[in-house]
Design a protein. Structure first.
Length: 142
């Protein structure tokens, strides 16, 4: 049993190490009319306080549903909060009827697909996944 727990601890350490090494970029559809975003604008969009992109297009934020370590690292870098705190925030916002959390994508590839196919979509991916289907408008380094 002790070996099993040691194994789990090692896996958790590796997983968090990979997430910590990620260099995230905020991406939008190339036709969104957005050239750059500030960190404050990105925070406002992903936390539901800003409903439009700077171009006036309705913002459709896309969040990673998995792996949890990537989402945890993104929010820690962006707003300095644990994922549990972000989830609590969204529970309060939803309960009060003031908004709903970002759409969930299962992978970074799915984030790219959604953003590439929707003019107002905005998401985050590891810089290594960046391609010509989407445009980077903000760098979020750890």
């Amino acid at each position: 049993m002790r070996v099993f727990f040691s194994f789990l601890l090692c896996i958790a350490a590796l997983d968090s190490g990979f997430a910590a090494a990620a260099d995230y970029v905020i991406i939008v559809n190339p036709n969104s009319g957005v050239e750059r975003l500030s960190k404050d604008e990105v925070i406002s969009i992903f936390m539901g306080r800003q409903r439009k992109l700077t171009s006036g297009v309705t913002a459709l934020p896309v969040d990673l549903a998995g792996p949890p370590a990537a989402k945890e690292q993104f929010y820690a870098s962006l707003v300095g909060k644990k994922l549990s705190e972000v989830n609590s925030y969204w529970a309060r916002v939803m309960f009060s009827g003031q908004g709903s959390p970002p759409r969930q994508a299962e992978s970074e590839d799915e984030v790219v697909e959604i953003v590439a196919s929707s003019k107002g979509a905005i998401g985050y991916i590891d810089r290594k996944k960046l391609n010509k289907q989407v445009k980077a408008v903000f760098n979020l380094t750890n």
